[in-house]
Design a protein around this ligand. Sequence first.
Ligand code: IVH
Length: 705
Amino acid sequence: MVLFTKFERKDYTIFVELRDKTMNREKAIEKIKALTSNLNRHNYLYYVKAMPEIPDQEFDMLLKELEKLEKEYDFRLPDSPTFRVGGDLTKDFETRKHGTPMLSLGNTYSEGELIDFLKRVEKNISTTPEFVCELKYDGVAISLTYENGILDHALTRGDGIQGDDVTMNVKTIKSIPLRLQGNFPESFEIRGEIIMPHSSFNRLNEERTTQGLQLFANPRNAAAGSLKMQDSAEVAKRGLDCFLYFVQGENLPGDNHYDNLRAAATWGFNVPNTISRCKTIEEIMEFINLWDQGRHELEYDIDGVVIKVNDYQQQKLLGFTAKTPRWAIAYKFKAEQVSTILDSVSFQVGRTGSITPVANLKPVLLAGTTVKRASLHNMDFIESFNLHLSDRVFVEKGGEIIPKIVGVDTATRKDNAERVTFPELCPECKTPLTRKEGEANHYCPNEEGCPPQIKGKLEHFISRKAMNIESLGEGKIEMLFDSGLVRNAADLYDLTFDKLNGLEKTIIHDGKEPRKVSLREKSANAILESLEKSRKVPFARVLYALGIRYVGETVARKLAVHYKTMDALKMATIMELILVDEIGERIAESVTDWFSNAEHLEIIERLKNHGIQMELLSEESSEEENILEGKTFVVSGVFTHFSRDEIKEAIIKFGGKSAGSISGNTDFVVAGEKMGPSKFEKANKLGIPIISEGEFLEMIRKTED
Ligand code: IVH
């Protein structure tokens, strides 16, 4: 017997099957297929077309039914809409090579620069170019690969050569089709931008406020953070969206960008209908001005306009530089400015003791968000504006998170206005501040006794790139500090289950009742487990985790490779240190200063006794030399400073591979003068970056600090 529940609508009636005792596997699979296809269609109508045909409850009921059948019969199609709700956990995202490198775009900021771009394009092609103008969506780049109409994998940009496989998370984004419709090519890649609409962003930050979690600074950061979450069910709740802007593959229907994007829209992709074909600079500027004005009406952030040569033949002729296509360019909108009143200035203490003055402003709306604070950087910055309290100041928001003060209206300043001065004592622990000669920042020297410095150092120690102690975060560090259990990194390793279990903290939110939270058994065990795991963290990262001023990741790696053990580094003098490649006086002095402090030496000793890595393991020592690992180069042409063989030797020395001919596996072509035209043509065809001798040298010299 089959039971149905009936929904009567004006134009139609639907029946939802409740229970079917005659259901067998074969029938169930048929049903799963039908439900999958039906739900995917409704999903597309709702999220891409914004024209739903059935009410939300009906959709949810059908989805629940599918979910139940999939579980019962252990059968799920790769495009099942149940992937949309997530649930799969990803421990570490696997990296995967891009079919062709994911490049970025050159930037322009004025009509003049844009005219130069147009001239460069025209000079290099014989036919008149047509351009496609698109919005520059401010989110996270994504590459989606479809095989036979099914989403096969989704990769982040990563370093452009390889990215993280975030397929499970991407499948939860409802506007990304899991199965295509219409007449699509068998195999192709489509790239676009994952964005977080303002409505999702505001909702997320409201939730985080009530949970006492740190807020995301902007929708871009929130989208990036969401995409890398380990729990796809959480990603599903984040309300992400995706706009597509680039198709590539063998059998695309059109011979130009615009037609293929339009075709992609018919396959089910969310291709914004804001894209427009333009021929002249006037038309392009009209598009730019339209969106410069209109961007605030959009439900998502854009930071400019992208202008692309439409025709593929012309694109091919123009080719690529090392990092960007020569056939496309971004026009970035100017940062917006508003004026507001400077109410007061607070002085924040960072983990290294540096004091950052922060302007508290009368709240003002700027580029869609309310601005209340702006960084004032240091004393020189304050003095350069001769800032006074109650001044009318001009605030700008560029690409960066924190808005900046770019000017002050002295004409409206009152005669009795109070000048902003720098404090002499630390605002947190009242220790007299110091300022080294030639340095812009003031510091609180009370490293061991100043609370924000202690907490900041601990937060740095546990951070992902340092000891990666995942189960501890800002809130738990605060808890451990307030309880008096932890004052330095070594104290973390003295923690026991009994000390952690039941630990309490009071959370106070503006205008709300204080709330007590306590640490449960599960968290206590997780903390102990991740501390245990951190004993395996390599020496270079341990060195970075110590938080020595100016010792960033790259410097830490250099020092670890050179000195090999903490004991050897401890003994190093300034003179020895500055002989190490790329270590200057400033770093050398900071390192020797740090090791001359008895308390630091004690922490090191205790960490060592707790089994933290204090020596470079043999496989790590080659890390520095292996910066080209996994990359294949083809060297062609005549060079200015080195012979071709010397360049090939350098590639091998730094862990890369040197190949004779260009293929799909080639990552870079190092080109000198007189590079063969066939090689040039092939590299362009495959979208392989062609780099100069200088760019190659930059690559092997590259530092991250
Ligand atoms: S085209 C080779 N089009 O901007 C083609 N990119 O600053 C490269 N972006 O990495 C990309 N909107 O993440 C293109 N309409 C658009 C875009 C766009 C945003 C992002 C993309 C790219 C970055 C470059």
